[in-house]
Design a protein around this ligand. Sequence first.
Ligand SMILES: Nc1nc2c(c(=O)[nH]1)N[C@H]1C(S)=C(S)[C@@H](COP(=O)(O)O)O[C@H]1N2
Ligand SMILES: [Mo]
Length: 439
Amino acid sequence: MVRRRGLPLERGLFELYGDDPERADALIFGRRTGASRRGFLRGTGLATMSALVGASIPFADQMPAGLIPAAFAGSDEGFVIPGKEGLRVLNDRPLNAETPPHLLDDPITPAKRHFIRNNGLPPESFDPEGWTLTIHGEVERELKFTIDDLKKNFEVVTYALQLECGGNGRAFFDPPAKGNQWTYGAVGCARWTGVRLKDVLEAAGLKPTAVYTGHYGADRHLSGDPNKIPISRGVPIEKALNPYNLIAFEMNGEPIHPMNGAPLRLVIPGWPGSCSHKWLNRIWVRDRVHDGPKMTGTSYRVPRYPVAPGEKVPKEDFVIIHSMPVKSIITSPKTGIEHPLNKPLEVRGHAWAGDNFVTRMDISIDFGRTWIQAELDPPENPYAWQHWRATIRFPIHGYYEIWARATDDEGRMQPFAIAWNPKGYLNNSMHRIAVRVVA
Ligand SMILES: Nc1nc2c(c(=O)[nH]1)N[C@H]1C(S)=C(S)[C@@H](COP(=O)(O)O)O[C@H]1N2
Ligand SMILES: [Mo]
């Protein structure tokens, strides 16, 4: 999907250049580092570069080797993901891209603005014809469905469902945590259409030994080794039977975007996004906690007790993340704006709370000394994010920060500080934006 071809690399350009720019040049240009770095693009290097930027490069003979990464650095231009717009690409292999907060302003996230988090290489075909889903393991009968079978045999429903990557907000960890440096935008709420996971599991008949699901899809391991899979996670059966989990074939009334899991995916809202398997073709019902790749060790796990920033935690003290914590985002205005003193400012955004509801939203313009209660809408359905808005008047010109804080139905609030953990998960600290008020 991403317009790049012929790059014989297991890792992406971003990571490659971040680690060792000279070696990256050598790999891409097929030449040695040092004195020869003054070379210019030609031959296979030029062909690769053209494929990467999705166009021919008229002045290629003037393009020094070291210029390559600049074409992509943290921008939404240059790196073309068809059908997406305005996303910030964090990595190209695997492809990971987030949405800047002000582009998440729509009540329902359009497909072009929905983030992408891939652990491997997407499948080569997204064709719904001939796609099948197999349910096996601890079930009375193994079942295999085409997408048409699913539509014919089960009730088709549409829900707005929020998905957030477990590592959203990792960029603010100090000391830093390895992995994608998501800031705010590994979250979205699209309208998904599909059949209930519950109905399909019940049709297969869950045996009393069924305790967990294991999800499998058609994406490939980064190494290209067909015997390896990039990710296979699952959820406890009690969560799997939640009626808002979908086996989805449409996103906002259209076929799912290829990078968001076309033609068939799970949407298991409220839990880390990694539970919502894309390019889904098999569900293995397990008699034990699933142990696929990224399910074990410290993946998608946090220490079961609070730890100090930087603290080493023994592996056996990590627990699997279940519900995501209460969180909110300011989608308007965009951070950094100037605003006239004599005019009220409408601030708005969305809030969500894993398996819970958001019951209150507060805004501060004085670094948290006082709070203004925002107007908060109920969700369109459980697991949809909730919209909120507040009108603010500023007492005097100057520099302000607007802070947003959501509270869930169990009284839990977003903290100011990050509850640090080794792998950089679950950062639900408050979103803050800057506004300069001018007289
Ligand atoms: N098959 C497959 N499913 C997957 C992934 C993946 O790499 N492969 N990534 C997971 C992770 S970590 C997240 S956060 C969500 C992201 O969904 P999106 O890319 O549609 O936003 O997909 C999940 N499902
Ligand atoms: Mo994720």
